[in-house]
Ligand binder design. Structure first.
Ligand SMILES: [Zn+2]
Length: 131
């Protein structure tokens, strides 16, 4: 029998965020009561997805409102804090500026491998321009 995560709908209860694992048949929808506050537990939405019912509710509420999800803050192309127009420029900047070697404290040029880390950003940048 599979294990399910159940959550307490009571905001104040420890089991609101800490799931209680219950085992039952997949075809059953039994009701369980919270051992702390005796409220009827809500089943977690899915194993992969949202485990916290309050977050799950919020998620649904947000969708209904048509709220746009805040995308992770876009990184401004830069090299060690020097801003550049594009990641391609940032790579050039990196090539010119080099870096300070952590072990010796001396300036050195970036290796091709290190420069290649910019390529991922450059690729993303190009993809966005196509849109
Ligand atoms: Zn509870």
């Amino acid at each position: 029998m599979p294990l399910y995560d159940y959550f307490c709908p009571n905001d104040e209860c420890v089991h609101h965020e800490e799931p209680i694992e219950k085992m039952h048949n997949i075809s059953q929808t039994p009701k369980f009561r919270c051992s702390e506050c005796n409220a009827i537990l809500e089943r977690g939405i899915s194993d992969i997805g949202v485990k916290n019912p309050s977050k799950a509710k919020q998620h649904v509420a947000n969708l209904k409102r048509g709220a746009e999800y805040s995308t992770p803050a876009k990184m401004i192309p830069n090299y060690e804090g020097e801003e550049a127009k594009t990641w391609e420029d940032a790579k050039e900047l990196a090539r010119k500026m080099g870096t300070t070697d952590e072990s010796t404290g001396k300036k050195r040029n970036l290796t091709e491998q290190e420069l290649a880390t910019f390529d991922v950003k450059i690729k993303e940048e190009k993809k966005e321009k196509v849109k």
